[in-house]
Design a protein around this ligand. Structure first.
Ligand code: HEM
Length: 452
């Protein structure tokens, strides 16, 4: 049984000042040991009450049955992302959110995945050739996975032909934007007031403008029917809008949703894959079983859509990776009205946090919660204790629209690459899970490529 690393758990809650210092360093390191078996709990920061949701019943009550009361994101999150995604789905609420959700959700619907898979297969295949040529060399897995998934999401949004010239520029410009918005989420998750440094405003708007220019160029090409007849998310969205199946959207609305898809759809999958490589490198028996599966299912060719059903163990590895290291470990909402969580009253303006980090490792929900055991997710395994206890993609009306796509992408990429290469961790390198914007295995993940 392999227990992968997790931050030391404090025995007592920290003072507010210390909590802030700890949270700035690592948002998943602040939760006292006792919270891993507590029912949902609340605390107060300055004058604001924060409710941390860690039990399946409370998750259902708030995120599924709570309706519009809990659909609003925090003002910090909205301010940090608005220059980039404007009224985009990820931070909007009310009528705008509902209208956009009707357009964006269907484009990655499960029925569309077969036509979107060629972008995944091509991206994984290109990287596999690159890695095979680099056998014996060290890479930073975080960088390689981010480039892989950025290429795939860009090709999926705009089609491979148009994406080819834009991906690198988008990756670079997004990196600048993310560095500028920095730790804003951390403050919001603690319930602190909106402290986004306004002096950064000009630089943030400038960085956003750069991204907008690239996206607008691509959208004009799509609307002008350049890029052939390739299937793409943007083409599906514009066709739906033109056919009157969806609310009217102008060029700026399409641009905002393209930015949402790029932002939400690449770093999450990249982190999942990076964690999976690390876990496999530390657990030889799981790695052996994964190799046995991909060798039996795949020949020389990269994985295609029809292979997905034949890779249950690879999928279980990804699902267990998402349990132990959910890329979005905390999801925040601001209550727009009064309500109840269990026996606790929620007032309008309170912050509600869905804490996947605590829930996925909750001692009253899971057997051996900190152990890496993909078998849980196989038929006949212990399974998940409740559908409200496993929430890497969130749950309820705001559930991730790309969940099926992201899972498919992670499984096919891992299978394609693992068929021909294995990665070993740099000797002596210590991985420390850390969460600033998302949950990552540190700032770099140096691993050596071995051909197989
Ligand atoms: C392993 C990969 C992924 C994970 C773990 C993940 C996780 C999440 C989570 C937790 C949320 C909710 C965030 C919140 O409410 O605070 C979310 C929202 C969202 N995700 Fe994903 N995601 C993944 C991949 C993707 C992909 C590939 C796409 C697009 C193709 C995507 C598109 C979206 C969108 C559009 C939303 C906003 C939904 C709304 O607010 O209505 N995600 N994702």
């Amino acid at each position: 049984m392999y227990t992968p690393p997790y931050p030391e758990r404090p025995l007592n809650p920290a003072s507010p000042f210390k909590l802030l210092r700890m949270a700035r360093k690592n948002l998943i390191a602040i939760w006292p040991d006792a919270t891993f078996e507590l029912e949902s709990f609340s605390y107060k920061v300055l004058k604001r009450r924060v409710h941390v949701v860690t039990t399946p019943d409370a998750v259902r009550q708030v995120f599924v049955d709570g309706g519009t009361t809990y659909e609003r994101k925090s003002s910090q999150q909205r301010h940090a992302l608005a220059p980039l995604i404007g009224d985009g789905l990820f931070i909007s609420d009310g009528e705008t959110w509902r209208a956009r959700r009707r357009v964006v959700a269907p484009v990655t619907h499960i029925s569309r995945l077969a036509e979107l898979t060629p972008a995944i297969t091509a991206g994984a295949s290109d990287l596999r050739a690159e890695w095979q040529a680099k056998a014996g060399q060290e890479i930073d897995v975080l960088v390689d996975m981010a480039e892989l998934t950025a290429g795939i999401i860009c090709a999926s949004i705009f089609g491979r032909q148009l994406a080819r010239r834009a991906t690198q520029r988008l990756v670079k410009a997004f990196g600048v934007y993310q560095a500028l918005i920095g730790q804003v989420d951390i403050l919001s998750f603690l319930g602190l007031p909106d402290l986004l440094p306004r002096f950064q405003g000009f630089r943030i708007r400038f960085a956003a403008r750069k991204i907008h220019r690239v996206l607008e160029g691509l959208i004009d090409d799509i609307l002008g029917k350049k890029g052939g007849a390739e299937a793409s998310l943007m083409r599906s969205m514009t066709e739906a809008a033109n056919a009157g199946d969806a609310p009217t959207m102008d060029r700026q609305a399409f641009r905002n949703e393209a930015a949402v898809l790029f932002m939400a759809g690449h770093e999450t999958t990249a982190n999942t894959l990076a964690w999976a490589w690390f876990l496999l490198s530390q657990d030889p028996e799981t790695e052996r079983r994964l190799h046995a599966e991909v060798d039996a299912v795949l020949g020389e060719a990269p994985a295609v859509h029809a292979d997905y059903e034949k890779l249950p163990f690879t999928r279980a590895v990804i699902e267990e990776t998402l349990r132990l290291y959910p890329p979005v470990p905390l999801q925040g909402r601001v209550a727009s009205g009064d309500g109840m969580i269990g026996g606790t009253a929620v007032k309008a303006g309170d912050l509600v946090l869905l804490n996947a980090w605590l829930m996925h490792r909750h001692r009253k929900l899971w057997a051996d919660p900190d152990v890496f055991s993909p078998d849980r997710f196989l038929p006949g395994g212990s399974g998940i204790p409740s559908r409200y206890a496993y929430v890497p993609f969130s749950i309820g009306p705001r559930v991730c629209t790309g969940a099926a796509f992201g899972l498919l992408e992670a499984v096919l990429c891992l299978a394609t690459l693992a068929r021909k290469v294995r990665l070993t961790l740099r000797p002596g390198w210590v991985v420390e899970p850390s969460c600033r914007l998302s949950l990552r295995p540190g700032e770099v993940l140096p691993m050596l490529i071995e051909a197989r």
